[in-house]
Design a protein around this ligand. Sequence first.
Ligand SMILES: [Mg+2]
Length: 205
Amino acid sequence: MSSNGKDRKLKHSVLKMFSPEDYSFVFSSIEDSEKSNKISKAAEWTILWLKFKSLCNESGSVVFDIDDTLVDGSEKKIVSICRVYKIAQKLGFVCNIITARPESKENRSYTKKMLASHGLSDYEVLYMMPSKTEPTMENISFYKYNARMHVAQRHAILCNLGDMWTDHIKMPCAHKELRNRDVAECAILFVPGTNYPSIKLPGVY
Ligand SMILES: [Mg+2]
């Protein structure tokens, strides 16, 4: 293949992978017909980003949601995102977990065991939602936002991964581009007001 042909092929594959939007902030959808490929692509991009942060001698924390992020609906490990977790630790970054699973002694113990069974250990804090909080979108997004603020008091957040918009945006959102988005979307974005990428993984309706 000629170098021109190679360039065209590369450009085509990059264009096929990312579909940037013309917003006032960075927002790029990750394209693929298969959900699992979207997750793998998002994971690969995140690993490159974390390696870059490491090369820049930065330190900080990577934030993970649990359900449909680290594990699927049957609590089976989502391999590519668990790999991000392991690589983040290997690079010397701190992992924090923020879940909307309700806080209770039993639930915490169950969730910790479940995470450990997938080799997910040595996180700094497992944030669980106060059981008295009514699980509305606004409440979940506010609880998660406050938990991220709590992480940010200790570390620079380097990246935030989650499958729901409530993992990334405090609702109601002031930015019209981020309102009423499809939960199935997979995207990399810098939410206005943040200096780290939010990895929006494809969620389940
Ligand atoms: Mg989730």
